[in-house]
Design a protein. Structure first.
Length: 259
């Protein structure tokens, strides 16, 4: 049985954690399977968006620490295989396409850090989040130390990073960490609906919007403004722009091809 399932459906790459009997605790095999799926998503022009979810009652109980001790102690972090993209965006280049995230039940440590690198998040109302690392003798190494403060504010982040305490789905929604709350069991379907909406939009426009937003976040508004029209120029020359204009005039849904 695959510990991570990967399926392409309607321009969406579904990436599912599939170790429910172990509460989807992530070992290195699962990590590399997810990284390979991210690499596939990034390379394949027919895939426009990813959807990360988990089978079972819980998204993940976190990393299977006994399988990661050597990696954490080597001073270099995760080592990627050929064509892989780190789902934590700590090593190597980040993914150039958006990812929708669906969580339920327990979503601890690496689950939160994966979520922080996705772009639209849906959570069941029973979701419980935590960065437990300080209770295990270590600290978060998948990006939470610098991304969580950006997302929810310095004080809010330190309240949970430094204690290892849990926070609720409602808190995550109130902070803007997740965009929609749904009844338990409905998180995948709602995330799927959103992913299909993203997949139906112009791929070059979606990727350009994501890249500009990330540039502004990482390097500031001036950097994003300086790159804006240079990045827009090839998009304006695309077939998709012409299709967008035609569909507007013809009052129909556009059919984009990503070129």
């Amino acid at each position: 049985m695959a510990l991570v399932t990967v399926e392409a459906r309607e321009h969406v790459l579904l990436i599912g954690l599939n170790r429910a009997e172990k509460m989807n605790a992530m070992n290195r095999e699962m990590y590399h399977a997810i990284a390979a799926a991210y690499g596939r998503l990034g390379r394949d022009p027919a895939l426009h968006v990813g959807l990360v979810y988990s089978e079972g009652e819980h998204f993940t109980s976190g990393l299977q620490l006994d399988d990661w001790i050597e990696t954490f102690a080597n001073g270099n972090g995760m080592e990627l295989g050929e064509g892989e993209i780190d789902p934590f965006f700590v090593v190597g280049e980040p993914l150039n396409k958006p990812v929708v995230f669906a969580a339920q039940g327990i979503c601890f440590t690496c689950g939160v850090e994966m979520m922080l690198n996705t772009d639209i998040r849906v959570a069941a109302t029973n979701t419980r989040f935590a960065q437990l690392e300080v209770k295990r003798g270590i600290f978060p190494c998948g990006g939470a130390t610098f991304r969580l403060p950006d997302e929810i504010g310095w004080g809010n982040a330190q309240r949970y990073l430094l204690t290892g305490d849990e926070w609720t789905a409602q808190q995550a929604f109130d902070w803007g960490l997740v965009q929609e709350l749904v009844a338990p069991g409905e998180q995948f379907e709602r995330a799927w609906q959103i992913a299909r909406r993203v997949a139906g939009a112009a791929p070059l426009g979606v990727q350009g919007s994501l890249a500009s937003s990330r540039l502004a976040r990482l390097q500031g508004h001036d950097a994003a403004k300086a790159a804006l029209f240079q990045a827009l120029e090839p998009v304006m020359a695309s077939e998709d722009v012409q299709e967008g204009i035609r569909s507007f005039k013809e009052r129909r849904e556009a059919v984009f091809k990503g070129r």
